[in-house]
Design a protein around this ligand. Structure first.
Ligand code: NG1
Ligand code: ZN
Length: 617
């Protein structure tokens, strides 16, 4: 209880209303950055150090961020020893500890998380002479003004479990994106199945890897084509391209990271209004970023388009760099298309499917280790599900919202598991069997082309995906790689198994505007609407495995089901039966209830505004 002073603050009035909203949810703890959050930070510090101590000193991480939320908010999330979200059993106890004001009660509550033997070891450690650190905590922060204060409180909590000199090793990662902390924790604990030898334990080498793997992927793609006698483009991809991707860093920590990276010239350009670094944290996510673009359906704000190309390909990150939403903006007509998480997943699935098909054609026995599948949430647009299932023929499953749910399902069911939330959280996971197969294949001798080149391409592309949580910056490289090489791999996947030659015109995409249009035109989103309702979320209860099934209040569930059934019985103006879907659920991150509605048709032709269609129907 040596952190007593930090647990209690005379400024805090622990009212019921305050307590009701302090829970450890999908986003960890998140709220206005105030003395309450500072008190919570100390408790999180204790818990993280305790978790590491209980795991024999394995590294545990804490990220201080409020992601896409406004600048005045902040939050804390523990990253477990495997680089993933905190073990579920700890969440309620941590929530309970966070709601306590009394230091001894807090200590008791947190100690209840570990077993008696761990408590005994802790007691002995206090008496033992100084030695190796017995707990390791990695701490990262985004760029919000409240981060330094919260970090100090967190570190004080972490240090308090053991006396100085025999205690807790703290690794301050400073301003980093959330996915980099997930990666660093996993890496510190010896996990990173697809890592190459150059990767060491610094965020700088982690980020630099993306450019390297991107270059290696395109080089291997060119090598396959050259081997098969197809002329690739004369222009090397690392030289300035006419169409850089415009990155909207949301004024978040991604900005700091991008500035520190050695980006290939011409690869990308910063989209946002220039601001001094120290001012950005105060306007993080304001009128820009992944969440703004996706939920407001508007282009990220920018003072002037003077000097910009007529067509922009924009990649929007969120405040902590773990989400990505693409968009396409005409600076002349202001025509605007959003390429959300669903569509990013579709693009990645298409390329991954072709890469795997080529490799499996050349080495059939790896098929069993490279089973491709897709996980989305029920917020995914129905047109995307229809596309992945019916056009791509990829098994598509649904998980409840929250990255940890999608991650677990993808891990459980597939070797190559793509998962994405519509809001831009996602990545591609590789099973141990897939990792072994990828590394084995990539060791194919150079004289066994084209397998040697195809396997290198697959491995390099796979290395763009953070294995612990989605990385917005890595995903920009993956999308850009897919736009450049998609058509080449599609031709290879079709022509090789058919024993045909590659059509002469096949090459890496030379016109990224054309590729962007092709991506937008893959399918048309069904009209849908996501509303935030200011209702008491504690009154809403959904089925544990199916968040689109409302259990309480029963009258709301019945009324909603009746309305959905009514719409499903209707036909559009052209006589097509409607496919309607609607659900309500309490938000896990905000004090609201979310209502999702969508209307499509079996043949996927209904487009336009939901209100118009419902009105007509
Ligand atoms: P809640 O607030 O529980 O709906 C939101 C997102 C989730 C997930 C979490 C984690 C929607 C509809 N919900 O959860 O998908 O990303 O935040 O931050 O986008
Ligand atoms: Zn985020």
């Amino acid at each position: 209880a040596s952190a007593v002073a930090h647990f209690t603050s005379p400024q805090i009035q622990w009212t019921d209303a305050l307590l009701a909203n302090i829970t450890y949810g999908t986003a960890g703890f998140r709220r206005t950055a105030d003395p309450v959050l500072e008190s919570i930070a100390t408790k999180v510090g204790v818990a993280a150090a305790l978790r590491s101590f209980a795991a024999g000193g394995a590294a545990v991480g804490v990220m201080i961020t409020a992601s896409h939320n406004p600048p005045q908010d902040n939050g804390l999330k523990i990253i477990d020893t495997q680089g993933q979200m905190l073990e579920a059993a700890w969440e309620p106890v941590l929530g309970q500890a966070a709601r306590l004001a009394d230091a001894l009660a807090v200590a008791d509550s947190l100690l209840s998380l570990v077993d008696q033997a761990t408590i005994e070891r802790l007691r002995q450690a206090h008496a033992a002479p100084p030695g190796q650190p017995l707990a390791r905590v990695l701490v990262g922060v985004d760029n919000r003004p409240s981060c330094p204060g919260l970090k100090a409180a967190l570190l004080a909590g972490a240090r308090s479990i053991l006396p100085p000199g025999k205690g807790v090793e703290l690794l301050d990662m400073r301003s980093v994106t959330t996915p980099a902390v997930h990666w660093a924790v996993a890496r510190a604990n010896g996990l990173d199945p697809l890592a190459d030898r150059e990767a060491t334990l610094t965020p700088a080498t982690y980020y630099a890897g993306f450019q390297r793997h991107f270059d290696a992927f395109l080089a291997a793609t060119r090598d396959v084509l050259r081997h098969l006698g197809v002329e690739g483009p004369a222009r090397p991809v690392s030289s300035p391209t006419p169409c850089p991707v415009f990155v909207d860093h949301a004024n978040g920590v991604g900005a700091t990271v991008l500035e520190s990276m050695h980006l290939a010239p011409g690869f990308c350009q910063i989209y946002n209004d220039p601001l001094p670094a120290e001012q950005r944290g105060s306007v993080v996510n304001a009128g820009c970023g992944a969440d703004f673009v996706k939920s407001k359906r508007l282009p990220p704000g920018r003072g002037s388009f003077a000097g910009l190309p007529p067509a922009l390909r924009i990649a929007s990150l969120d405040g902590d760099g773990d989400r990505l939403i693409y968009s396409s903006l005409s600076t002349t007509t202001r025509a605007f298309d959003i390429l959300d998480g669903d569509r990013i997943a579709v693009l990645l699935l298409r390329l991954m499917r072709s890469l795997i098909a080529v490799v499996v054609h050349l080495r059939p026995e790896v098929a069993a280790s490279l089973r491709l599948g897709f996980v989305q949430t029920r917020y995914a647009n129905g047109a995307s599900t229809k596309y992945t299932r019916e056009v791509l023929g990829v098994e598509t499953l649904f998980a409840n919202s929250g990255v940890k749910n999608l991650h677990a399902l993808a891990e459980r069911h597939f070797d190559v598991g793509v998962y994405f939330e519509a809001n831009g959280h996602g990545t591609v996971l590789f099973s141990p069997a897939a990792c072994r197969a990828l590394l084995d294949l990539a060791a194919t001798p150079a004289d066994q082309a084209p397998l040697h080149h195809a396997a290198r391409a697959l491995l390099s592309f796979s290395r763009l995906f953070n294995q612990f949580t989605g990385d917005g910056i890595g995903l920009i490289y993956a999308v850009e790689a897919a736009l450049r090489a998609q058509e080449a791999w599609r031709a290879l996947a079709t022509c090789l198994p058919a024993g045909q030659g590659i059509p002469p015109g096949t090459e890496l995409a030379s016109d990224l505007d054309v590729e962007l249009r092709r991506w937008i035109d893959l399918y048309r989103d069904w009209p849908s609407h996501l509303q935030s309702l200011k209702l008491d979320r504690t009154k809403f209860l959904t089925s544990p495995d199916q968040e689109d099934v409302l259990c309480q209040p029963t009258e709301v569930a019945q009324a909603l089901a009746a309305e959905v059934a009514r719409l499903n019985g209707l036909k559009t103006r052209c006589g097509l039966p409607l496919v309607a879907r609607a659900f309500v659920r309490p938000s896990g991150t905000e004090d609201i209830v979310r209502l999702f509605t969508e209307v499509g048709t079996a043949d996927g032709t209904v487009t336009g505004d939901l209100a118009d269609i419902c009105h007509d129907a």
